[in-house]
Design a protein around this ligand. Structure first.
Ligand code: PAF
Length: 286
């Protein structure tokens, strides 16, 4: 696996693969890779002939008081994991390479309206930062397909909307969330948790599962169900940012008649913000 740091080297390596008739798969990441990322690369390697991963901690998607400076940067360990998972090329640019004229006057991609809800309402500008960097990566690599984790459910929906709305010729694949044995969704931010917080963290998924079980069993008083579980989550030691039942595709507030639903949560343990979700299709599809 080669690592390149410039757009010029990236384009040259991708062009070589294209000339060999290879299909290109892209896995955008911010590094500090775990088994969830490895699953993205494995899927990309199954669906494409040449897998490009990117590692870039994108300043544009971090708010002023967020963890941009402390976000873990572990390039050597990440390279090893990417190699093991079947990646062919790593693009690991500097901020200057991605934003050579700075970020102040930059052309940006405004994310679809659904980006103003949920995480977007708590992290203003976050999804515009994501859509801007992802469209830059799409333009640099011009992949046939790109893989994103379903743990970031709203991010995946926002990226699908961007690709649809802007006619981008790339297939978007959502990869199921990878979990620790106790159910906690793998995330680079789990490393911020103290031992005590780590022991409490799986409670989030336990509540999501209980809520989906209740919905599957016919519960339709979503407001009551959400309020009850929110109170229990808070009692367990979390500060809940949101706990919501939404339509699985539009992310609009769920109606009692909806069949495609997603239960989404964002909650703080200390200063660490965890997100998770469970998607339910009451008609049995995915
Ligand atoms: O999910 C992430 O790691 C990031 O938001 C992404 C998609 C790599 C864009 O910076």
């Amino acid at each position: 696996m080669n690592t390149v740091k410039t757009v010029r080297e990236l384009r040259a390596a991708v062009a070589r693969a294209r000339r060999e008739g290879k299909q290109i798969g892209l896995v955008p990441t911010m590094g500090n890779l775990h088994s969830g990322h490895a699953a993205l690369v494995t899927t990309a390697a199954q669906q494409a002939d040449f897998v490009v991963a990117s590692i870039f901690v994108n300043p544009l998607q971090f708010g002023a008081n967020e963890d941009l400076d402390t976000y873990p940067r572990t390039l050597a360990a990440d390279q090893e994991k990417l190699l093991q998972a079947g990646c062919h090329l790593l693009f690991a640019p500097t901020v200057e390479e991605m934003y050579p004229h700075g970020m102040a006057g930059l052309t940006r991609v405004t994310a679809a309206q659904l980006s103003n809800e949920l995480c977007g309402s708590r992290r203003p500008g976050h999804f515009d930062g994501v859509t801007t960097v992802v469209s830059k990566l799409f333009n640099m690599v011009q992949p046939d397909l790109a893989i994103f984790g379903q743990k970031d459910y709203q991010q995946l929906a926002v990226i699908r909307a961007m690709v649809h709305d802007l006619n981008m010729p790339v297939q978007i694949i959502g990869e199921p969330t990878v979990r620790a044995d106790d159910g906690l969704a793998l995330s680079s931010r789990n490393g911020y948790l103290s031992q005590e917080q780590r022991a409490i963290a799986p409670e989030l998924y336990r509540h999501l599962k209980e809520m989906s079980k209740a919905i599957n069993a016919g519960e339709r008083d979503f407001a009551e169900l959400t309020a009850r579980h929110r109170a229990q989550i808070e009692e367990a030691g979390f500060r809940t940012d949101y706990l919501e039942i939404r339509h699985g595709q539009t992310l609009l507030p769920a109606q009692a008649t909806d069949r495609d639903l997603v239960v989404l949560v964002a909650a703080f343990l200390g200063t660490t913000r965890l997100i998770d979700n469970v998607h339910l299709n009451l008609d049995g599809g995915h």
